[in-house]
Design a protein around this ligand. Structure first.
Ligand code: SP5
Ligand code: ZN
Length: 364
């Protein structure tokens, strides 16, 4: 591989996580989180010649179990086969209809779950937009392996590696799926960096949505900084987290930084909030690569979001992140304007891998 190429870790396992529907505003619609999203990004990056496509390596279940409860792994792994074995029509995705809201009433408890996993959907899922089909478990596992392989490449010496994760991860909590997410790829990478000896790991989340799962997982941790820019939870999914007042707890107080953004935020305003995020990350002084939760649902034409970024803005954001001077493990999260995803990903990653300010300066 020529040294100037950036590793692009991707797999076709996600293609079978398809035929998905979600309930959006009371309507059954085709899931915005589609296989085409990953296909167009991969093709656009490969067309530049600057990325080297590589398959993920199998890292096994242990790095997932370091972040998620074993019962969640078991659920994701086996819920589909349980359902089909008990008469579920395999042409239809599984979606929960009855949620276990912890503490809602006496008697609603995780201690007495239905024996069949598909009857427990609402105990492990927090929304109606995270469908499960036959290919979901292997896609979710491959997505984690993509993230961990990208991290391996950066630890091997690459300044940047891009994990084309699908399904995404940042909404998945310790014991909950949701927001199209099953396993929290970014959290699993951050935890694996700690396991490999890092004292401080920083996660920057630029997906349009608050990464409630990542925040939950590291809420009480002082060794993992979570910094997120996102749509104001006052009106935006996931609604119940992401306010600036949420700063972590116990020894983790101050190691969660939330920067909510008003509807219509454009590139200039975004860059100004990003400046605050980057200051917090620089001050944290991580001794590991930056873990980047990368979403393009901040785009002005995204069908489910409300910011106003243009394709050029992604180059500005990539260049700004590059000023940290940190190696970066970039992991794909959301972004649903399929026609623009390739251009936005190329603009962002090109700027991050070869920042404009540095171009032509470090070559003899
Ligand atoms: C990874 C990721 O980006 N997950 C996002 C999941 C969002 N799911 C529900 C969105 C509800 C949006 N309401 C939109 C109203 C549009 N008119
Ligand atoms: Zn998102």
């Amino acid at each position: 591989m020529p040294t100037n190429q950036t590793p692009l870790i991707a797999s076709d396992a996600h293609l079978a996580h398809a035929g998905l529907i979600e309930l959006l505003a009371g309507q059954e619609v085709p899931c915005f989180e589609s296989p085409q999203r990953a296909t167009v990004i991969r093709d656009a990056l490969l067309a530049t010649g600057d990325y080297a496509l590589e398959a993920p390596e199998d890292h096994g279940p242990d790095p997932i179990a370091a972040v998620h409860e074993l019962e969640l792994l078991d659920f994701v792994e086996h819920v589909w086969t349980d359902a089909v074995a008990h008469g579920w029509d395999a042409a239809r995705p599984l979606l929960p209809d009855t949620f276990l809201l912890r503490g809602y009433a006496a008697g609603m408890t995780l201690d007495q779950l239905p024996a069949k996993r598909h009857l427990r959907l609402g105990a492990y899922c927090f929304d109606t937009a995270t469908p499960i089909v036959a290919g979901t478990a292997s896609a979710a596992r491959a997505s984690v392996d993509i993230a961990l392989t990208a991290a391996d490449r950066v630890l091997d010496g690459a300044q940047l590696a891009y994990g084309l994760c699908r399904p995404p991860g940042h909404h998945a909590g310790r014991n909950l799926i949701g927001g199209y997410c099953f396993f929290n790829n970014a959290a699993i990478v951050a935890e694996s960096l700690v396991a490999r000896g890092a004292a401080r790991v920083a996660i920057l989340d630029v997906d349009f949505h608050h990464g409630n799962g990542t925040q939950q997982i590291f809420w009480r941790r002082s060794d993992v900084l979570y910094v997120s820019l996102h749509g104001d939870p006052g009106g935006i999914y996931p609604y119940y987290s992401g306010y600036a007042t949420e700063r972590g707890a116990d020894s983790g107080e101050g190691a969660t930084v939330n920067l909510p953004l008003p509807a219509g935020t454009d590139g200039d305003a975004y860059l100004s909030s990003l400046g605050e995020a980057l200051e917090a990350i620089a001050a944290f002084d991580a001794d590991a690569p930056l873990v980047l939760s990368l979403g393009f649902d901040t785009y002005h034409a995204d069908p489910i979001c409300n910011l106003a970024l243009q394709t050029d803005d992604y180059a500005r954001i990539g260049s700004a992140i590059a000023t940290l001077g940190m190696p970066v493990v970039a992991l794909q999260e959301g972004g649903y304007a399929v026609d623009a995803l390739g251009a936005n990903a190329a603009a962002f990653l090109d700027a991050l891998r070869a920042p404009r300010s540095a171009r032509g300066q470090d070559m003899p």
